[in-house]
Ligand binder design. Structure first.
Ligand code: FES
Length: 116
């Protein structure tokens, strides 16, 4: 099982292949996912400290390119826990004073991943 370390929150064993946004949220860690994990809102953004996958879904690449954020952060809804990772959560419900984090993302990456 991969180890997921979330900066200032701890290290957790997570299910191999689980969506990163869900793995973070399941630990009770505050993370936004305002579009429900569809690569639209970018609020699930994380900064990688270690273990950043080189692969990206086309949906993530297009969104980051459109917003000129390629290289700045990754979208946790478009990544799978397939290795040990250390990340920092960048947008939280608390810091944005929102009532909820957004719709719960599906178990599988949406839209259907096209890996680049
Ligand atoms: S881009 Fe909206 S939850 Fe990931």
């Amino acid at each position: 099982m991969p180890k997921l370390t979330v900066q200032d929150k701890g290290t957790f064993e997570v299910r191999d292949g689980q969506r990163l946004v869900l793995a973070i949220a399941e630990q009770g860690i505050d993370i936004l996912h305002r579009c429900g994990g569809k690569a639209r809102c970018t609020t699930c953004r994380v900064e990688f400290i270690e273990g950043e996958p080189a692969q990206m879904t086309a949906a993530e690449r297009n969104k980051l390119q459109d917003q000129q954020n390629l290289g700045a952060f990754r979208l946790s809804c478009q990544l799978l826990c397939d290795r040990d990772m250390t990340v920092k959560v960048l947008m939280t419900r608390t810091s944005n004073q929102l009532d909820d984090s957004g719709p719960t993302p599906a178990e599988q990456i949406t839209p259907e991943p096209e890996w680049t």
